[in-house]
Design a protein around this ligand. Structure first.
Ligand SMILES: Nc1ncnc2c1ncn2[C@@H]1O[C@H](COP(=O)(O)OP(=O)(O)OP(=O)(O)O)[C@@H](O)[C@H]1O
Ligand SMILES: [Mg+2]
Length: 299
């Protein structure tokens, strides 16, 4: 189906028209706006001549979404060409809107389902990413400390008891362990030079028809300990596959699991306006990460 750009509001139309002018041999074949958080517009420009290939367009209007998109653009520009990246076609600006243009891979597989082979492919790819040379990508993981201090937040906001209840832990379990959980989380945020994608989950990875993995959605890149992104990915993978997370074979230490458990657990009791489906996923991942901590004998 070809979409009629004219049915979009003015602000969005400007960037869509601009994309059509820049790529005259393409037409929008999929387009949708997520007008909840940050106001982001997504679309696929289909290559009518089958020469360059299809292009995925992600456009942002609100300042927060624009800042995230610019971080993502910085990753594409600093990393250059890599097998784990889709082709990068640059940035467009029109009116109040900024858009990222990247390859929309033909015949790609988007997990789930996950095969053991694809899990391994992502693990290997994350190792390659971790030693990528890109000096401009120098933000330490501690820059996101506010968002990653979940245990401190639960304690400060007196929601530890609520979290215990939701996690079906014996009363007092988190209270008794809170200093240890905070200390571990702080350890996980200690500097390390490895490059992290730091938002590895099914939505943000796909596999080319030949099996080669691609990492997408680079808004959260940072430098830090690789185990942190493995622990976060492990929680979502375990939720999707129903496999015990500790049997996946991810190379993580207790501090990484503690950080991730706190990150997901901090949202207990906090509503998410407009994206209510996110909270149950976070709750399930908190449960998985806390189960992992129990398996490791941390709590
Ligand atoms: N290159 C691409 N080709 C085709 N589809 C893509 C591509 N990149 C992303 N998508 C699809 O669009 C969705 C949203 O893209 P992306 O994850 O980059 O945006 P986002 O705004 O950060 O989304 P979210 O907040 O849900 O993570 C992806 O989950 C995926 O389904
Ligand atoms: Mg995404």
């Amino acid at each position: 189906m070809v979409f009629d750009v004219s049915r979009f509001p003015d602000q969005e139309r400007a960037i869509l028209r601009r994309a059509c002018i820049e790529f005259p041999d393409h037409e929008f074949s999929r387009l949708f706006a997520d007008r909840r958080a940050g106001h982001v517009l997504y679309g696929v420009l289909r290559d009518k001549k089958r020469a360059l290939g299809d292009i995925f367009v992600k456009a942002a209007l609100a300042d927060s979404a624009k800042a995230a998109l610019r971080r993502e653009v910085k990753a594409y520009e600093a990393l250059g060409k890599h097998d784990f990246l889709p082709k990068y076609y640059g940035v467009l600006e029109a009116g109040d809107c900024v858009a990222l243009l990247i390859e929309s891979p033909q015949g790609a597989h988007w997990p789930p389902p996950w095969s053991a082979e694809n899990v391994e492919r992502i693990q290997k790819t994350l190792e390659v990413v971790s030693c990528s040379v890109a000096p401009e990508l120098d933000t330490p993981i501690s820059a996101f400390e506010g968002m990653l201090s979940g245990w401190q937040r639960l304690e400060r906001e007196e929601r530890l008891r609520l979290a215990e209840d939701r996690l079906q832990l014996a009363p007092g379990t988190l209270q008794r362990n809170i200093r240890h959980l905070i200390a571990l989380s702080e350890q996980a945020l200690q500097p390390s030079g490895e490059l992290l994608h730091f938002d590895v989950r099914s939505d943000n990875v796909c596999f080319r028809a030949n099996g080669a993995p691609l990492l997408l959605d680079w808004s959260w890149w940072c430098r830090g300990q690789v185990g942190n992104q493995l622990a976060a990915w492990g929680a979502s993978l375990s939720r999707e596959t129903n496999q015990d997370v500790w049997t996946i074979g991810l190379d993580v230490r207790p501090e990484h699991v503690a950080l991730v458990a706190g990150y997901f657990a901090q949202y207990f009791g906090i509503p998410y306006e407009g994206a209510s489906h996110v909270r149950p996923l976070q709750a399930r991942q908190a449960e998985i990460a806390v189960g992992w901590l129990q398996h490791l004998g941390v709590i």
